[in-house]
Every structure is written in C-alpha cells, then in structure tokens.
Design a protein around this ligand. Structure first.
Ligand code: HPA
Length: 300
C-alpha cells in the first residue's frame, strides 16, 4: 500500500501527463482549424475539383506552362498559408487540365529548413486532397547518391527514407484525416510506377529508379553523410518530399514521385555544390521532365 508521500507524487505526475495531452490536442486542433480555414478560402475563389495534385520542385516550376489553365491562386492570397522563401520556388496553385485530367499544380513548395513547422510543410498536400485530388505526383530536385547516376537523370521514386527529418504525424492523431498508425509498405503506388515506366518508354526517356532520402537541409550533405546514405540503400538525396508523402499516405492518396538528379551528391563530384548549379541542371532536364509528367498524367 502506498503512503501519503506516494499520493503527493501521484497528483503532480497525473497533472503533468494531462497537461502534455491537453497541449497536444490544442496544437492539433489549431493545425486542423488552419487547414479547414485555408480550404474554405480556396473554395471561395474556385469550385474546381482536381483529380490529381502535382508538386513542382526546385527549378521544375516551368512545367506549369504545359497546363491548360483555368485559374491561379497565389499562396500569399490565402491567409495562414505557408509561403516559400526559396529562389526558384514561385508560390501559387494552378488549376487546369493536362489532357482531359483536371489537376491542381503547386508551383513551389515550402520546406522544413525555411523554419516552418512540419505541419505547415504538409498543409498544402492535405489541402489538395480535401479539394478532391486522389493522386499525388511529387517532384523534386535531388543529388545523386548512386554513383551510376548522372546530372540530368530522372529517377522514379520507389521508396523513401527520412533521415533526421520530423514525421508530420507526431502528436495526437487527427482521426478525420487518417489512421493513427498508417501502413507504409506501399507508399509509392505500384500501378502508378508501372504507368511511369510505360510513359518513359513511350517518350524514349531513360529512367533511373531508386530510394529517395530526405534530410532537413538547408546545408548540402557532408561527404560522410553521403557515404552513410549509400550504405543505407539510398539512391538520391534532397530536402523535401518524404514528409509530404507521409501526410498524403495518411490521408489515403495514391502517390508517385520523380526526382530530377541535378548533381552528384557531395564527395561524389569534383566540384562544390551550389543552389545555382542545381537550378541550372533542373533547367536542362526540364524538357524531358515536362514530357514525362504530361504523359503520365494523361494516362491517369
Ligand atoms: N543534396 C540535397 N538536396 C539537393 C541536392 C543535393 O545534392 N541537389 C539538389 N537538391
């Protein structure tokens, strides 16, 4: 039997646990209210219902030129919506058609390294799902960890590894969005992978395949980190995508992804890395990237 001292300890301990839970619920409530508020604001501007959502990575924003545009909405016009601070990441939603497929395209995304909480990083993807998008097409600029890759290659993402980057589902679960413990064994949809392979073959585009690793950035990796990623089984590395894929998978979206390999990761190339080099390589790969994305979306 416990004595009075145990009882005295029991009360603050219980109070502390309750406080932690209440704080968590309060935070998640705020996250959800912000999401619903952003969806409401978008819905006041457009009733467009997309079937697919496309996220354009660094330097790949020009893809938006291939869309038959119905309307556009700058992120800055949506109160509470995270706005990118990165050069090469214009911030707007484009609603329109690729072939007959209604799409919403994010021209620019926000990253964890910009100082946004991960709940803000994944807000846009959640928003696009709530607008109606069932399919999510993620793209990014990445460094090649696989030494057989070359700058300008396109890599279809088969799976991912998150290294030191926070999981967007930490905290009390928002049951209205998805389950507490989502299965992650098939995040990148097998059917969509087949479509991407067929589209690449049709367009005569050489396609690499592999595992994408997200680190937090903004510094590029050290050569030792790149060697670690290689040992872990990663083929490409970048600073985005995985958190978005986790949140989209939580909400039951069908996901696929393509990395544009802009450079060989640190230690694998003779020259130091710069953001400008990444953008220049993305520009060079842009025509085949555009043609592949268009062909895949048409086939959805
Ligand atoms: N590392 C991380 N992110 C990147 C790289 C890289 O080498 N290249 C383009 N984005």
């Amino acid at each position: 039997m416990g004595d009075f001292t145990d009882f005295q300890r029991f009360i603050p301990d219980r109070m502390h646990k309750l406080q932690v839970r209440l704080k968590g619920w309060w935070k998640m409530r705020q996250v959800y209210e912000k999401l619903v508020n952003c969806v409401d604001q978008v819905r006041r501007r457009t009733d467009f219902v997309p079937r697919a959502a496309i996220v354009l990575g660094s330097g790949l924003g020009d893809y938006a030129e291939d869309i038959r545009v119905e309307s556009e909405l700058s992120y800055g016009e949506i109160e509470g919506f995270p706005v990118s601070t990165v050069p090469g990441h214009a911030g707007k939603f484009i609603f329109g058609y690729v072939g007959d497929v209604p799409v919403v395209c994010m021209k620019g995304r926000v990253h964890y390294y910009e100082g946004y909480p991960v709940s803000d990083v994944v807000l846009p993807v959640r928003l696009m799902k709530l607008l109606g998008a069932e399919v999510l097409f993620l793209t990014n600029a990445a460094g090649g960890v696989n030494s057989s890759f070359h700058g300008g290659d396109l890599m279809m993402i088969r799976d991912h590894i998150s290294v030191f980057a926070p999981n967007p589902l930490v905290g009390p679960n928002l049951d209205v969005l998805g389950t507490r413990f989502p299965d992650m064994s098939g995040v990148y949809d097998g059917g969509l992978q087949k479509v991407i392979r067929e589209a690449a073959r049709e367009k005569d585009i050489y396609l690499q395949e592999g595992v994408y690793a997200q680190l937090t950035g903004p510094s590029f990796e050290s050569p030792a980190e790149v060697r670690m990623l290689h040992l872990l089984g990663c083929d490409a590395v970048g600073m985005s995508t995985v958190a978005e894929a986790i949140a989209a998978n939580h909400m039951g979206m069908k996901i696929c992804g393509i990395s544009c390999i802009c450079n060989l990761a640190a230690g694998l190339s003779a020259t130091p890395l710069t953001h400008e080099e990444v953008q220049a390589a993305a520009d060079m790969a842009a025509p085949k990237f555009k043609s592949l994305v268009t062909e895949v979306v048409r086939r959805l």
